[in-house]
Write a protein that binds this ligand. Structure first.
Ligand code: SF4
Length: 309
């Protein structure tokens, strides 16, 4: 896995194959502060779209990184990628350099902005999140910026569907006891009907035993809930951990070795091992699904440790 500052990977992605990540933000710049965020607390909560990092720096890194022949170039990053002001220029810049399809992972909070929808026109696949079906659950789970009321966000998802010609996958992340009740899922089914995405994918958090804040929905319940959507949702939560790119396995071992020495935040891991924070998150996800991690919350920071043998 190459070490670059605005790109990361390719990393294995269950949905996207080998994904080369593009991070157009400074660390943890987001319109939300989700309870389950693996990057930790949002340090810059904003709805301001601007050029957080220079466009030419990102594009200069891209050409050599394409030699790794990724399946997707994925706009994601250490926060919410649609906060990047020159998004249209970024998408066009990628398209002039490669035919590799572009995926966008977005929390969907800003899709009510018409200029953003226009900027995303040439993206091939949009994976849009929706974790709540009402204002109260939205505030509890996603803790959005005050300028993102639930109704406006939902309308943005609906409007984007009408205009966007690429694939539109809606990802719903459910949390045990917070958003997985029968009533709430029935309301989510209604939201999905309004949005009309190409696919609906259900996820939950990976589940190290000591998770205290955001708990995973059990596997059986996930499959049962998936049947309530029309068409049926796919369960994308990875309950086993199946990624096996050789360079990825090597990185995972490095992270585990570090965590056997001392507890670390995701940021500590990224700094300590000179990797992008999103790569560190990928390794942690894998280790979590294999039951090799514990998490603890200390002074508002999330620490990972190796599980006792
Ligand atoms: S939207 Fe994504 S990056 Fe932002 S807080 Fe939620 S999980 Fe973290």
């Amino acid at each position: 896995v190459k070490k670059l500052s605005h790109l990361f990977g390719p990393v294995p992605s269950r949905r996207l194959g080998r994904s080369l990540g593009v991070d157009p933000l400074s660390f943890k710049t987001c319109s939300y502060d989700c309870l389950y965020c693996q990057l930790g607390v949002t340090t810059c909560k904003t709805v301001q779209r601007k050029e957080w990092v220079p466009l030419n720096e990102i594009l200069d890194e891209l050409s050599p990184a394409l030699e790794s022949r990724p399946d997707y170039i994925t706009l994601s990053g250490s926060g919410e990628p649609t906060l990047y002001g020159p998004m249209g220029e970024l998408v066009r810049g990628i398209k002039t350099r490669t035919d590799t399809p572009i995926a966008l992972l977005t929390n969907g909070s800003l899709l009510w902005k018409e200029d953003l929808r226009e900027a995303l026109r040439d993206v091939d696949l949009a994976c849009v999140s929706l974790d709540a079906a009402d204002e109260q659950t939205f505030r509890t789970v996603n803790r959005p910026h005050e300028d993102v009321p639930f109704d406006r966000m939902l309308q943005g998802l609906v409007d984007f569907r009408k205009e966007f010609k690429g694939q539109y996958w809606l990802e719903i992340l459910l949390l045990d006891g917070l958003s997985d009740s029968d009533e709430h899922v029935a309301s989510l089914v209604e939201c999905v009907r309004k949005i009309n995405p190409d696919r609906v994918q259900l996820n939950t958090v990976s589940r190290p035993p000591a998770e205290q804040i955001a708990r995973a929905v059990p596997q059986d319940r996930m499959f049962e809930l998936a049947q309530r959507f029309e068409p049926h949702a796919e369960v994308i939560a990875d309950f086993r951990g199946t990624h096996d790119m050789p360079e990825f396995v090597a990185g995972r071992k490095e992270v585990l070795r570090l965590l056997q020495r001392r507890p670390c935040t995701v940021d500590d891991i990224a700094r300590g091992l000179c990797m992008h924070v999103n790569e560190a998150v990928k390794y942690l996800e894998e280790l979590g699904t294999k039951g090799l991690l514990t998490k603890t919350q200390t002074a508002g920071r999330l620490y990972y440790s190796a599980a006792p043998e």
